[in-house]
Design a protein around this ligand. Sequence first.
Ligand SMILES: [Zn+2]
Length: 200
Amino acid sequence: MLPKALRSLVSELSKLPGVGERTALRYTLHLLRSKNKQVEDLIRSLEEVNAAIGTCPSCFFWTEEARCPICEDNGRVSTKLCVVRDAPDVLALEKFKKHPWKYHVLQGLLSPLSGRGPKQIRLDELMKRLSTEGYQECILAFDATLEGDATALYIRQQMSELQMNVKISRTALGLPAGSSVEYLDPSTLEHALNHRFELS
Ligand SMILES: [Zn+2]
C-alpha cells in the first residue's frame, strides 16, 4: 500500500544498525509530516558527511582536514602509540579523558576466514610508523577475542622480526573476555588502560 518512494526510504533506513522495519517506518512517516526545512537539513548533513569526512593519512582516524586533530595536537606524547580496532574505539578511549598518546586505527582485526589479512587492516602502515616515528611503547587496546589475540600475536612477531626496540603492551587485563572496547563503561576502560601488561 505504501507509495514506492516511501517504501524505498523505509528500506534504506532499516539497513541502519538497531533500526528494524517498524522504526524505519516511524522515521519515514515522521519525515513525511515534517516541515521541508527539517528534511533539507537532514539531506545537507548527509551530503556533508559523505563528501567531507575522509581518513587521516597518518593514523587513519576520521578527519575533515589534511590530517586529523589528534595527529596535529602537539601536546600529545609522541613516544606512545595506541593501536585500536577501528575509529569508534578512539572516541570511546577519548570520551572521558584525553589520553596523552597518538593512535593508529586499524580496519578491523585479523580474520583470515573473513578475508582480513595484515594488508587489509593497515598493519603494514603500523609497522612503518613504529620503525620511523620514534615510539617507545606500542599499546594494543583490542577486544579480548580470538581475533584480538591473533592480531596482537602478529604485531609482536613482526616487531620482533624487524628487531624493533619498542615496548609492546596490551590492555586486555581488565577487559572481560569477548567484550568490545566501544561498549565498556569508563571505569572498566580506565582500569584496563592503566593496568596494561607487557608482551614478551
Ligand atoms: Zn591522524
